[in-house]
Design a binder for this molecule. Structure first.
Ligand code: BGC
Length: 384
């Protein structure tokens, strides 16, 4: 899957957004739960300014870019109260534009892959932008991660946050319907980070939004996450073909390396030689959450770094969770802290609908119709 990196770069180049950087600035969010602070982060090649917003609440410090709604930095304390940035990122716009494997980005219109970039809806066939071999990944060559979003800060009671807006026009990347998207990032006084996604359309379409944060709870660039313990409340996962497209089967995790129903270190079974792992170079699969789709977010996964004591709990209303063990990080990218990221130096936990759902009648539907509002919520709770 070396293809991924190359195709991401090709996508950025095709989008004509080679960028220049103005430096990272020095503004800090005020201590406590002050108003979000805005600073210039850089410029795209066409002169479009990219801003960085800093917010802090309940011990969590978040920095968000207007480009891609990217979480550029997220600091949380360890068991001794020492903060570290626990997400992969870059310190300049150019690297995000040229070579980011979706670090921290908002993903749309469709998280993960759609086989051959094709689907049929109401008897009409659609061809999406293909950017991962023959398949469409994370919305195509210029997905939501490569657009500048309108950002509006807010404070509400003890909450602080940002509303991010992006309108994707009818036909963009091959998707039908104009999709009006609003994503809200909120930090509450307990330091929880909540994401609320909303979208409406003017034509029948498909949608599956997610966030592509790469976590390393010991601190970004600090080495492997194989010692992190992970629990996922799922008895089944969706095996894939060699192109990482689900076969349609819902396979049992019991007796396989995919069993995370009890917390275990990520590295424990990662070299077990299961054909699904060999194919993906590690874990890169969708877990079908036991709770299914729920009206309210429910706790589905816990990640813990035994060294720092930092924990991350994820709650969602979505039916799936993509656990990607950073298999394609290959030591060629240098992150915010000046250290290179190697294979397994971070992991993603993407709350979502199942990959390639439009092509599998047995998967929950991702269809959105005019008059309906797509709404989903994911909550990240931190501890130490
Ligand atoms: C996918 C990986 C892909 C990565 C992009 C993940 O969500 O499952 O296959 O390589 O995103 O960096």
């Amino acid at each position: 899957m070396e293809l991924n990196r190359r195709t991401v770069i090709a996508g950025a180049a095709a989008a004509g957004v080679a960028a220049t950087t103005l430096g990272t600035g020095t503004a800090q969010a005020a201590a406590g739960s002050g108003k979000p602070v805005k600073e210039l982060f850089g410029k795209l090649a066409d002169g479009t300014k990219v801003y960085r917003w800093s917010l802090e609440n309940g011990g969590t410090r978040l920095k968000v870019l207007s480009y891609g709604g990217i979480v550029q930095s997220l600091e949380i304390p360890d068991r001794h109260g020492r903060h570290a940035n626990v997400v992969n990122g870059f310190d300049n716009v150019d690297d995000y534009v040229a070579k980011s494997p979706y670090f921290g980005a908002l993903i749309g219109r469709y998280g993960n892959r759609i086989g051959k970039g094709q689907f049929t809806l109401d008897g009409k066939s659609y061809q999406l932008s293909v950017n991962d071999g023959v398949n469409s990944l994370h919305g195509g060559a210029k997905g939501f991660d490569k657009h500048v979003w309108d950002v509006e800060p807010f404070t509400r009671g003890s909450d602080v946050g940002l509303h991010l807006h992006y309108t994707s026009v009818d036909g963009e990347m091959g998707y039908p319907g104009t999709l009006r998207t609003k994503v809200t990032y909120t930090l509450n006084r307990h330091g929880e980070w909540r994401i609320d996604y909303e979208a409406t359309t003017d034509k029948p379409t498909i949608v599956n939004l997610t966030s592509h944060v790469y976590w390393n709870l010991a601190g970004e660039g600090s080495g492997t996450v194989e010692d992190h313990e992970l629990r996922i409340a799922a008895s089944r996962y969706t095996p894939t073909d060699a192109g990482l497209i689900p076969t349609g089967e819902l396979a049992k995790v019991a007796g396989t390396p995919f069993d995370f129903r009890h917390a275990k270190p990520i590295g424990r079974d990662i070299r077990a030689g299961h054909e699904q792992q060999v194919q993906a170079k590690g874990y890169d699969h969708n877990w079908a959450l036991d709770k299914g789709i729920t009206a309210k977010p429910e706790h589905v996964a816990t990640l813990r770094d035994p060294r720092s004591g930092r924990t991350l709990k994820i709650a969602t209303d979505q039916p799936g969770l993509q656990f990607y063990s950073g298999n394609f990080l290959d030591g060629t990218l240098t992150g915010t802290g000046g250290r290179t990221y190697r294979q397994g130096d971070a992991l993603c936990l993407e709350t979502q609908h199942f990959p390639d759902s439009p092509n599998h009648a047995n998967f929950p539907s991702t269809v959105l119709r005019p008059g309906q509002t797509y709404r989903t919520t994911t909550i990240h709770t931190f501890g130490a």
